[in-house]
Design a protein around this ligand. Structure first.
Ligand SMILES: Nc1ncnc2c1ncn2[C@@H]1O[C@H](COP(=O)(O)OP(=O)(O)OP(=O)(O)O)[C@@H](O)[C@H]1O
Length: 823
């Protein structure tokens, strides 16, 4: 966890230059104080003179080095001014190329002893500096150049860290090599220096060996090497065990995690489908798992347990399949032969997370300043940096009201120059107030990193998707099958579409088409078109809102069919049913035309619920409610997204039945209330900053949604399309509409129906209340008459409070009446 206590000087607000407060808060005795350093008395030993000599020697060397560095720096800066306008990627490529050229030059000078004045100088400098290590230098240039060119978004801070770490690593190593060769001094001849650790090796080990013996010097140099290694790999000492675990887990799983330091390598090939066949996991628990590489640490993310099934599923003798149940309604065999999942390398790594930056320290100072100005006895005791926001922890002194800090929200906003300050009181699980402030230097969270994290690779459930990283930098994944339905909302530009792309890409990356099938509804016609033709689809992408409403009706029918199979076979959940079918335990009786096959999960994604609700509010609401109430056990799950989270789109009924919510930045507090039933989303900063409220949880988790670019999506889509073609169901959104002939039996209502048709067609006004008034019937009867007319294409579908469209012209009335009278 990246919680760090600020420096004592920051806590006291020493650096702010503000007047001391009238009443200074008493610092609790337990708080660490600034340590006063004791300078040990100087020892006047005989070694003192030698030490002094080396100190001066060291200073002189440092002076020469600085002079050299400034000169080179000046030259580079002169060139750099022009280069500053270059695209960062081009700049990185340029540096990479220079590194490659340098490697080639050194290889020519050192490996092949080639002739030429520049090569002679290179040889003298390189061999003189690093001695026996010089043949390795060209090899080192290659990975560094590769990393620069391959890793987008490498920050200057990373380059600086890697340079410092490598320098320490190399110095330690050269010193050890020098000691290994008997620590020769230059006075013994440069030949010996060249064969040992070179001048750098000598500088690191020679003088020190005189002072503290070669053995002790060796030990110190070893520690220096170790330090260098930790700096290069950005591993604090306390995280060494965790890094080892990462390394082990990435060796044991097929995916290589870039966090394990292997981002320059292509991860191993994905599992074959046969390897990927899995035993379905228990479905009863609902969980959202997060992982930071260390399970030992407590995490805030709730693990939500839904009520377990009261009894395990029974395995009755296969009963005859019900007559109404169709053959498996989704063709499951879309895959001929082996289907390889897309390789993880198709998704790019993000930027490496930073745990502390100057911006964070400036905010700690500003917060401390505000607390002091208002004489509140409270202290900033640490902070946790996430990719988008940092959570600063404030602990109160004794008998200080929480309101004293929360009332300062606007002053804090002013001090840290950000309108999006969110105060958490308390931080869940801590007796501290949290102040979440957006980072001015954000990190990019990539879907690739989340899907390669142990949180995702440790579970091979096909419906597991990568969501992003929480405020502590922990990877957040979620199993859509256990959510079991999710509502995604947020203002335009807040990151909804990116999130939906992340969900669909996760499915394509992890699930075979036989395991998860998709229905994508995109009335906006722009967001989801790039998925057209992937083998997971069971119908082309639906863009017509009317067809979308019919498709939802089809899903209801599909759900009923699955329930029929479940009821006939005595299973309570599709996972158990599938397991029994796969193991051969469940078969239909001999002679039956019906065969059991595993049902794939069916994921329905609606990108813009508002467009559907405008066209057929009642039908859409009915279908959504029915699906969300029942479909979980049938393996059918909904993702509903909207940028208009108003009550007419996200109705009370829909809200009550869609338990998981993901809120991106909303434009108002009331929108936040509609999605989350609480404020908070209006304070989000956009661009994927989100609040996730999993089913059963009352406290939302703040997370930075994972980014996936269009280019990456296209690569994954292309891969999937090359593996298999979609097998579309013709009846989705069409045949199922026929199901609307709910009231085939006109029965005793024929006379009334004829009157109603006459009325509606002659007036060309399809209103239920008109039928009520003119025919003197109740609301239920008038509604039924309208449904009968809709199922016979006399009127169009319901349009909410508006009258229905009348589809029959007055001229055609006699014909229609005659067909109704016909038996
Ligand atoms: N997870 C993310 N990480 C980084 N940047 C993001 C992320 N999500 C969104 N963005 C940025 O925000 C912009 C808008 O995102 P997106 O198109 O997903 O928003 P939206 O809510 O779907 O908007 P609309 O409703 O208009 O389609 C993106 O182009 C990108 O620059």
């Amino acid at each position: 966890m990246a919680t760090r206590a600020p420096k004592p000087s920051q806590r006291s607000g020493g650096g702010t230059g503000r007047k001391p407060p009238a009443r200074r808060p008493a610092t609790p005795p337990s708080r660490p104080r600034r340590s006063t350093r004791q300078t040990p008395p100087r020892q006047q030993t005989s070694e003192g003179a030698v030490a002094m000599l080396f100190t001066w020697l060291g200073r002189a060397l440092l002076l020469v080095w600085r002079l050299l560095a400034h000169t080179v720096g000046f030259l580079v800066r002169t060139v750099g001014r022009g280069a500053r306008d270059l695209d960062p990627d081009l700049r990185r490529d340029g540096i990479g190329m220079i590194l490659l050229a340098t490697g080639l030059l050194i290889a020519a000078a050192v490996w092949w002893d080639s002739e030429g004045p520049l090569l002679d100088v290179t040889r003298t400098v390189v061999v003189g500096a690093v001695g026996a290590f010089s043949p390795v230098i060209p090899l080192l240039c290659l990975p560094f150049a590769w990393r620069l060119m391959r890793t987008p978004g490498t920050r200057p801070t990373d380059s600086g860290r890697i340079a410092i770490g490598s320098a320490a690593l190399l110095t330690g190593l050269l010193g050890l090599i020098h000691i290994g060769h008997g620590t020769p001094w230059p006075s013994a001849g440069m030949e010996k220096i060249h064969k040992a650790g070179g001048l750098v090796g000598f500088a690191a080990s020679g003088p020190l060996s005189l002072l503290i013996t070669p053995w002790l010097t060796g030990a110190l140099l070893f520690l220096l090497m170790l330090f260098g290694l930790l700096v290069v790999t950005a591993t604090p000492v306390r995280r060494i065990p965790e890094r080892f675990r990462h390394l082990l887990s990435s060796l044991m799983t097929t995916d290589a995690s870039p966090s394990a330091g292997v981002d320059i390598l292509d991860p191993p090939a994905p599992k074959t489908p046969r390897q990927r066949r899995r035993t379905p996991r228990p479905h009863a628990d609902t969980e959202t798992r997060t992982h930071a590489g260390d399970h030992e640490r407590p995490y805030d993310t709730p693990v939500v347990e839904a009520a377990p099934d009261p009894e395990p599923p029974t395995r009755p003798d296969p009963a005859p399949a019900p007559a109404t149940a169709e053959q498996l309604s989704i063709p499951t065999r879309v895959v001929d032969g082996d289907y390889a999942l897309p390789p993880p390398r198709l998704l790019n790594p993000g930027t490496p997370p930073k745990h502390r930056t100057k911006a964070n320290e400036a905010v700690v100072e500003a917060l401390t300043g505000v607390l002091q100005q208002f004489a509140v006895d409270a202290h900033v005791t640490g902070f946790t940096r996430g990719p988008t926001v940092t959570r600063y922890e404030i602990e109160l002194g004794p008998a200080v009201k929480v309101e004293k800090v929360t009332a300062l929200a606007k002053n804090i906003s002013l001090a840290v120059k950000s309108a999006d300050v969110r105060i958490l009181s308390p931080i869940p699980g801590k007796s501290a107030i949290g102040v979440e402030i957006p980072n001015t230097d954000k990190d990019l969270v990539s879907l690739g990193d989340v899907l390669r994290s142990p949180a995702a690779t440790s579970d091979d459930h096909p419906m597991l998707v990568g969501l992003g990283k929480d405020v502590e930098g922990t990877d957040v994944v979620a199993n859509l099958a256990r959510m079991p339905h999710v509502l995604i909302a947020g203002a335009t530009g807040a990151g909804k579409s990116t999130c939906i792309n992340g969900l669909i890409t996760s499915i394509m990356m992890r699930a075979l088409p036989d395991e998860v099938r998709l229905i994508l509804i995109d009335p906006k016609r722009v967001e989801l078109t790039m998925y057209e033709g992937i083998p997971h689809l069971i119908t082309p992408i639906i863009t017509d809102p009317k067809k979308a409403a019919d498709a939802l009706q089809w899903v209801v029918g599909e759900m009923d069919r699955r329930y029929d199979d479940l009821a006939a076979s005595g299973f309570r959940h599709i996972d158990d049913f599938n397991a029994a079918v796969r193991s051969g335990e469940l078969t239909t009786p001999p002679g039956s035309e019906h065969t059991y096959e595993p049902y794939p999960y069916l994921l329905v994604v609606v990108d813009e619920l508002a467009d559907l609700m405008m066209v057929a509010p009642r039908d859409v609401e009915d279908a959504v409610v029915r699906i969300t109430q029942l479909a979980r056990a049938a393996g059918i799950h909904l993702v509903l997204a909207t940028q208009r989270p108003s009550v007419d789109v996200v109705t009370g009924l829909i809200k009550a039945n869609v338990p998981s919510r993901l809120a991106f930045a909303t434009s108002s507090l009331s929108d936040s209330r509609v999605i989350l039933d609480q404020p908070g989303a209006e304070k989000l900063v956009g661009k994927g900053d989100a609040l996730f409220l999993p089913m059963g949880s009352s406290k939302p988790i703040r997370l930075q949604n994972a980014w996936v670019s269009e280019k990456e999506i296209r690569a994954v889509v292309d891969h999937c399309k090359k593996q298999a073609r979609p097998a579309y169901r013709e009846d989705v959104g069409a045949a199922e509409a026929k199901k609307k002939e709910i009231d085939e039996e006109i029965g005793d209502d024929l006379d009334l129906l004829l009157q109603a048709v006459e009325l509606v067609v002659t007036t060309q006004f399809g209103s239920t209340s008109m039928l009520q008034r003119k025919l003197r019937v109740g609301f239920a009867k008038a509604g039924r008459l309208m449904d009968l007319m809709e199922s016979r294409d006399i009127v169009g579908p319901s349009e909410g409070s508006k009258a229905r469209e009348v589809l029959v012209k007055p001229d055609d009335l006699p014909q229609v009446l005659a067909s109704l009278r016909a038996p």
